[in-house]
Design a protein around this ligand. Structure first.
Ligand SMILES: NC(=O)c1ccc[n+]([C@@H]2O[C@H](COP(=O)([O-])OP(=O)(O)OC[C@H]3O[C@@H](n4cnc5c(N)ncnc54)[C@H](O)[C@@H]3O)[C@@H](O)[C@H]2O)c1
Length: 440
C-alpha cells in the first residue's frame, strides 16, 4: 500500500501565501480608506463653500416679504468708484441753490412721482428702496427704469442698513430727506405685523440716527398717514384732533412715527415735517389699493366687494390725486427750515410740523365704482358686505387749512378727472398687463 503524500510542506506554503495576502489586503484597505477619506473631506469642503455662498436665511414666518437686500443691499460694497459716481451724479442739483434730496421709497408710488418732480425743477435726487415683494416688484422695477431715464439713481438697500445709510451721508451732503419708505397697507398688518415694526419704526429710527449724526443735518419731510385719526368721529379731520385711537397696526406705527419725530426734534434739533396723506391714487399707483384692484377685477369680470359700515352707511374716502400730493410734498420741502443740531447735539429749537394732505371731498366707494364703470365701459359685478374689522375706517375727510396757510396747498383734481388719468395711463403707458397679472 502506497504511503500518503507528504502535505506538510504545501500546507506551510499555503499558510505563508495567505499571510502575505492578508497583509497586502490590509495595506490596500488602509490606503484606499485614506483616499476615500480625502475625497469625502474634499466634497464636504466644496459643499460647505457652495452653501455659504448661496445661504439665504429662512423666512421667520410664511408671510415674510422678500427683499433682494441680503444679496444686493450692500451692492455698494462691491459698487466701488462707479457706484459712488452714480450716487454723486444723481444727487447733484442742476439749479442754483437747488436741493440735494434723499428720497426713501423712491421705487414706490408716491416716491417715484416726487422724485420726477424734484428732478424736473433741477434738484438732485438720490433714491433708496429695498424693492420688497409686498406687491409685484416688477412694478417697482418699471418705475425704477423710468426714473433711470431721467438720471435718477435708486440705491438698492434697506432703511435698517445703518452702514449703507452712513455711507450715503458720507458721500453726499443731503440738504433734505423725503422719507416715504414704509410698509403700507392697513389690512396686511394682520398677516405680517413684523414688517410694519421693521420698516415704520426700526427703519425710521435708523434713518433718524444717521441723519442726526450728519453734519450738517438734513431737514426731513416724511410720510405719516390719515389713518392716525383712527376712530376719531369729528369731521373734517384736523391736525388738532385726537389721534390716540388707531384702528390698525399700520396706523399705530405711523402714530409712533409722529412721536418718534417729536423726540428726535426735541433732543437732536432735527427739522421734521410729517405729512398725513389721504388715500392717494393715480397712474403708476399701488395694486393693493381699492381703485387699482377694482379696475383689474371689473375688467376681468370678477365680483368686487363693496363695504358698508356696521351702521349700514356707505364707506367713503377722501381720495387725493397724486399730482396734488406731490405739490404738497414739494411745498413742505420748500418751507422746511434747517435742522439746528450738529455733532449729534441740538444747538437751538428746531421746526416740528404735521399737515394733512387730502382732497377735502370724501366720495363713497360706490360712487368710485360707478365712475370706473363709465370710464372702462364695463358693468361691475358688485357684492355689498359689512366692513370686516380689519383695520379699515368708515370715513376720511381732510381739513387742509394748515397746509394751505403754510405752503399754499390746494388740491385741484376731482375723482373723475384723476381716475380718467389713471385708467388712460393704466391702459397705455403703464402697460396694463401689470394690472391684469396681479393675483386676486
Ligand atoms: N398711497 C397712499 O394712499 C398713502 C396714504 C397714507 C400714507 N402713505 C404713506 O406714504 C408713503 C409712500 O406710500 P406709497 O403709496 O408710495 O407706498 P409704496 O409701497 O408704493 O412705496 C413705499 C416704498 O418703500 C419701499 N420700502 C418699504 N420698506 C422699506 C425699507 N425697510 N427699506 C427700504 N425701502 C422700503 C417699498 O419697496 C416701496 O417701494 C408710505 O410711507 C405710506 O405709508 C401712503
Amino acid at each position: 500500500m502506497a504511503s500518503p503524500p507528504d502535505t506538510s510542506k504545501t500546507t506551510k506554503l499555503d499558510r505563508y501565501h495567505s499571510y502575505i495576502r492578508r497583509i497586502n489586503s490590509s495595506k490596500f484597505l488602509a490606503a484606499s480608506s485614506k483616499v476615500l477619506f480625502r475625497v469625502i473631506l474634499l466634497v464636504a469642503l466644496v459643499l460647505i463653500f457652495f452653501f455659504t455662498l448661496n445661504y439665504h436665511p429662512l423666512p421667520e414666518n410664511p408671510h415674510h416679504i422678500h427683499t433682494t437686500q441680503n444679496l444686493l443691499s450692500s451692492a455698494f460694497h462691491g459698487g466701488g468708484a462707479d457706484w459712488e459716481k452714480q450716487v454723486r451724479h444723481s444727487s447733484t442739483p442742476r439749479r442754483p441753490k437747488g436741493f440735494s434730496v434723499l428720497v426713501t421709497g423712491a421705487a414706490g408710488f408716491i416716491g417715484t412721482h416726487c422724485s420726477f418732480a424734484l428732478k424736473k425743477r433741477g434738484d438732485g435726487v438720490l433714491g433708496l428702496d429695498n424693492f420688497n415683494s409686498y406687491y409685484d416688484p416688477s412694478l417697482k422695477r418699471a418705475r425704477q427704469k423710468q426714473l433711470a431715464k431721467h438720471e435718477i439713481f435708486i440705491v438698492e438697500g434697506d432703511l435698517n442698513d445703518a452702514e449703507l445709510l452712513s455711507k450715503l451721508f458720507d458721500i453726499v451732503t443731503f440738504s433734505h430727506v423725503l422719507h416715504l419708505a414704509a410698509q403700507a397697507g392697513v389690512r396686511y398688518a394682520m398677516e405680517n405685523p413684523q414688517s410694519y415694526v421693521n420698516s415704520n419704526i426700526a427703519g425710521f429710527i435708523n434713518l433718524l440716527e444717521v441723519a442726526k449724526a450728519a453734519d450738517p443735518q438734513p431737514s426731513i419731510v416724511w410720510a405719516s398717514s390719515s389713518s392716525v385719526y383712527g376712530l376719531n368721529t369729528k369731521n373734517p379731520f384736523s391736525e388738532s384732533h385726537r389721534t390716540d385711537q388707531p384702528a390698525s397696526l399700520y396706523a399705530a406705527t405711523k402714530k409712533a412715527g409722529e412721536e418718534i419725530a417729536h423726540t428726535y426734534n426735541h433732543i437732536y434739533g432735527l427739522s421734521l415735517t410729517g405729512l398725513r396723506f389721504f388715500t392717494v391714487y393715480g397712474p403708476w399707483g399701488r395694486p393693493d389699493m381699492a381703485y387699482f384692484f377694482f379696475t383689474k377685477d371689473i375688467l376681468q369680470g370678477k365680483t368686487i366687494d363693496i363695504y358698508k359700515t356696521q351702521g349700514d352707511k356707505e364707506v367713503a374716502r377722501d381720495f387725493t390725486y397724486i399730482d396734488d400730493v406731490v405739490k404738497g410734498c414739494i411745498g413742505a420741502l420748500d418751507t422746511a427750515k434747517k435742522s439746528t443740531g450738529s455733532g449729534g447735539k441740538k444747538r437751538a429749537p428746531a421746526q416740528l410740523r404735521i399737515y394733512n394732505l387730502g382732497n377735502t371731498s370724501p366720495v363713497p366707494v360706490g360712487k368710485l365704482v360707478s365712475i370706473l364703470e363709465s370710464l372702462l365701459n364695463v358693468k361691475a359685478k358688485k357684492h355689498v358686505i359689512r366692513m370686516p374689522r380689519n383695520g379699515d375706517v368708515p370715513f376720511t375727510h381732510a381739513d387742509v387749512k394748515l397746509a394751505f396757510k403754510d405752503f399754499g396747498y390746494k388740491p385741484t383734481t376731482d375723482l373723475t378727472t384723476g381716475l380718467r388719468k389713471f385708467v388712460r395711463c393704466g391702459l397705455y403707458e403703464m402697460r396694463f398687463h401689470l394690472l391684469l397679472k396681479m393675483p386676486s
